[in-house]
Write a protein that binds this ligand. Structure first.
Ligand SMILES: [Zn+2]
Ligand SMILES: [Zn+2]
Length: 223
């Protein structure tokens, strides 16, 4: 399974950076776009520079309803409306209606854990009680083990990893880790791919120098 970051606060030379997150998952069977960043044009330009044709994408997953993850949705759907879309069921009903009116396939509101594509699972909608932010993360069942993909990880690492645990041992995590300080959770992982909103990158890098990987638009890994 190949993971390519296409939108992040940081970018490799030649690509554009912007506050937000988006990542492409290529399983061999499906091509899944996880989040869209804020600026759809930046998203599409980065994809073009990475030789990713937006038309190959058959599934769009939105982690949570924050501007820096869903801002690029309309621009992307104008180019490719032929996708199934998975959003946390707590998304605004109006937004769900708007998205539904622009796609040729179906919109799914996610509440509990389920398989969404072969070897791709959502851990379900989680909510951080003090913020009310509802977010879903994915478990990717790769040849080298299970990896968790997060947007911002607002519900907190402990809750996310607990919900991901029933799918099997977690070998690593990729995405935005927000202000998580549950550093012990990374102990048994092989890869900590921290990007986007991760506040404590330096602390994580110092604790786990051989597992830490700073991610950025243009970063790609086969798992
Ligand atoms: Zn967020
Ligand atoms: Zn974010």
């Amino acid at each position: 399974m190949k993971i390519t970051i296409v939108y992040d606060n940081n970018a490799k030379e030649g690509l554009q950076c912007g506050w937000g997150f988006a990542c492409l998952i290529e399983t061999g069977k499906n091509n899944i776009l996880f989040d869209t960043g804020w600026d759809g044009h930046l998203l599409l330009e980065n994809m073009e520079k990475l030789s990713i044709d937006p038309q190959i994408i058959d599934t769009l997953v939105l982690s949570h309803q924050h501007w820096d993850h869903i801002g690029g949705v309309t621009t992307f759907l104008n180019i490719n409306p032929d996708v199934d879309v998975y959003v946390p069921s707590g998304f605004s009903p109006r937004l769900k209606k708007e998205i539904t009116s622009r796609i040729k396939k179906k919109l799914y509101g996610v509440s509990s854990p389920r398989e969404i594509r072969d070897k791709i699972y959502t851990i379900g909608e989680l909510e951080k009680s003090d913020t009310g932010i509802k977010e879903q993360s994915l478990v990717l069942e790769c040849e080298s083990g299970n990896f968790v993909l997060t947007g911002c990880a607002h519900p907190g690492l402990l809750l996310i990893l607990e919900a991901a645990a029933p799918f099997g041992k977690i070998n690593g995590i990729i995405g935005g880790l927000h202000d998580s300080q549950e550093y012990g959770s990374f102990k048994d992982m092989q890869l900590i791919g921290a990007g986007h909103c991760t506040s404590h990158k330096d602390v994580i890098r110092k604790m786990y120098p051989e597992k830490f990987q700073k991610i950025y638009a243009g970063y790609s890994i086969e798992l």
